[in-house]
Design a protein around this ligand. Structure first.
Ligand SMILES: N[C@@H](CCC(=O)N[C@@H](CS)C(=O)NCC(=O)O)C(=O)O
Length: 217
């Protein structure tokens, strides 16, 4: 399999399938297409009709959109618990993953993913919408941990697709020094301790490309 992604320092969407594949030791090659270069669009359009990353290629099969890629992986590797094994937990995991895929716009804009940023508060005070996004995220983390998380440190116990969908939020909360409750903090610590997370972070921090717009938040 071949995964095309954009900058590890900045791309939340790229991180989601990447961390899942790396965590579950699914073999793949990767290409990082740097954002905002003269050939970025052409290179992304060559692998995805939307011109956006991530995009997965598996032989003749091309899959784009992070959630579709995750579903493709779950179907391709049924022996891996990419989604929780229990139906009720799986339904919940899919619901919060869709919620992430479709929502939290204010937080995304105001706390843009940045794996190079040393923790510091956002330059501008967060909007009420962004604060509401964060409150909803903390509530759903606490709810999942309490209802489904007994067998591990992640949303449904063991790390699964829903955690991959929420991995970028951990970077945002950490990098923008957002005050969080102890349950969220413990979840962030578990995520940040994952070898797959650390590998992504190391690569992102070492990238040469700087996008001022993302650094200036
Ligand atoms: N809904 C898409 C979002 C993908 C997306 O927005 N990717 C951004 C990077 S994070 C991108 O490739 N942008 C290309 C560009 O700005 O040229 C998904 O879930 O994969």
């Amino acid at each position: 399999m071949h995964l095309t992604i954009v900058n590890k320092a900045y791309s939340s969407w790229s991180l989601r399938p990447w961390i899942l594949m790396r965590h579950f030791a699914i073999p793949f090659d990767e290409t990082v297409v740097p954002l905002r270069q003269s050939d970025t669009s052409a290179r992304l359009l060559a692998v995805s009709p939307t011109g956006k990353a991530p995009a997965l290629q598996d032989g003749d099969i091309h899959v784009w959109e992070s959630l579709a890629i995750i579903e493709y992986l779950a179907e391709s590797f049924p022996h891996l618990a990419i989604w929780p094994r229990v139906k009720a937990a799986r339904a919940h995991a899919r619901a919060i993953s869709s919620e992430m895929h479709a929502g939290f716009m204010a937080m995304r804009q105001e706390c843009s993913t940045n794996f190079r940023r040393a923790p510091r508060p956002p330059r501008k005070e967060l909007s009420a919408d962004a604060r509401a996004n964060i409150a909803r995220i903390e509530a759903l983390i606490a709810d999942c941990r309490q209802r489904f998380g007994a067998n591990g440190a992640f949303l449904f116990g063991e790390f699964c697709a829903a955690d991959a969908m929420y991995a970028p939020v951990v970077n945002r909360l950490y990098a923008y020094d957002i005050r969080v409750n102890p349950t969220t903090k413990a979840y962030m610590d578990a995520m940040r301790a994952l070898p797959a997370w650390q590998a992504w972070h190391k690569d992102g921090a070492a990238e040469p490309w700087v996008i001022e717009e993302y650094e200036d938040l």
